[in-house]
Unconditional design. Structure first.
Length: 312
């Protein structure tokens, strides 16, 4: 992020109504316009966190993020640039039933409309461009997705400064801060499973996430560095199970093991190996890549990958 630009985040929320796909638009009270739900980043927030919070505030809907849809950039009357990041977000019937929306001073109404109607309805061209990006997913038949998040453990005490076993190496103070800072961002994708190498530095990285979500951390030796170095790793088994389950999951492992995890995700989904696939595994401590896969056709390949650096 730059100091001069104004950052915001939002999502194209969608659901099936009477067998037809509809997207959500909001009618804003003050501006008298029609737009996609979005809002400015609050201090200390990540962009994914902002998107989920703003949708909840503007529409009363609790959502989990799906595929990233792109970024809109446009100048403001103040001379500053506004940069808005968007995702897709499938809205469940339960979320609709539990919506807390009431017309207010910011949003006069929310409305579910077809893609065709939304194109002619939206007040701003950048919104239409984001909608068109979403429409491409619809045309490809990969609207429903789930994600596997590859997480490298937080900053750990170096081998040279640790007298115990490698598996028992703990996080540094910086690593502990990274672990705590991951929680609100990673929960934006609606996690259902947390899988971790049994190494202390990995388990400690995802412990705050498990506590916040109530998800039990599954310790999996098959993605540990010890097993990888000994040639006893079971990355294919672990990844295959996660792909078959079709549920949003985090896999916390080690720098040397992540490329193999990424490779197995590609192979399990029929994705050609390329630089964008391998680059997604080249993570710093505390960084992660979210790999988006089709929930209905695992052989359709990786739909998108987004990589997030450690929080400053």
């Amino acid at each position: 992020m730059t100091s001069t630009a104004i950052y915001a985040a939002g999502a194209v929320c969608w659901r099936i109504i009477d067998g037809k796909l509809h997207v959500l638009v909001i009618h804003r009270t003050v501006y008298g316009d029609v737009t996609i739900p979005k809002g400015k980043v609050d201090p200390g927030e990540s962009l994914p966190q902002t998107a989920v919070r703003e949708i909840a505030e503007e529409t009363g809907l609790a959502v989990a993020l799906g595929v990233p849809l792109g970024v809109s950039r446009y100048p403001l009357s103040s001379g500053r640039e506004k940069i808005v990041h968007y995702w897709a977000a499938e809205v469940s019937e339960r979320a609709v039933q539990q919506s807390t929306f009431k017309p207010n001073s910011e949003v006069a109404a929310i409305e579910w409309v077809t893609l065709k109607r939304a194109r002619g309805y939206l007040s701003y061209e950048p919104d239409v461009e984001i909608l068109d990006n979403f429409a491409k997913l619809v045309d490809q038949g990969v609207t429903s997705t789930f994600s596997l998040t590859l997480l490298r453990h937080g900053k750990a005490v170096g081998r040279s400064g640790w007298s115990g076993t490698d598996t028992s190496r703990p996080l540094t103070e910086r690593g502990v801060e990274q672990a705590a800072g991951l929680v609100h961002t990673l929960t934006a994708w609606g996690l259902k499973r947390i899988v971790s190498s049994p190494a202390v530095r990995c388990v400690t990285t995802v412990a705050p996430l498990g506590a916040a979500t109530g998800i039990t951390v599954k310790r999996e030796a098959g993605i540990s560095q010890d097993a990888w170095e000994a040639g006893d790793g079971e990355v294919r088994r672990v990844v295959g199970k996660r792909v078959r389950s079709g549920k949003n999951a985090v896999l916390c492992s080690h720098g040397p093991v992540l490329p193999e995890i990424m490779r197995e995700i590609a192979l399990a989904t029929g994705t050609p190996l390329g630089s964008y696939v391998t680059a997604a595994a080249g993570l710093e401590p505390g960084a992660f890549s979210v790999v988006h896969l089709s929930a209905t056709n695992s052989g359709s390949g990786i739909i998108a990958i987004e990589t997030h650096a450690p929080r400053a």
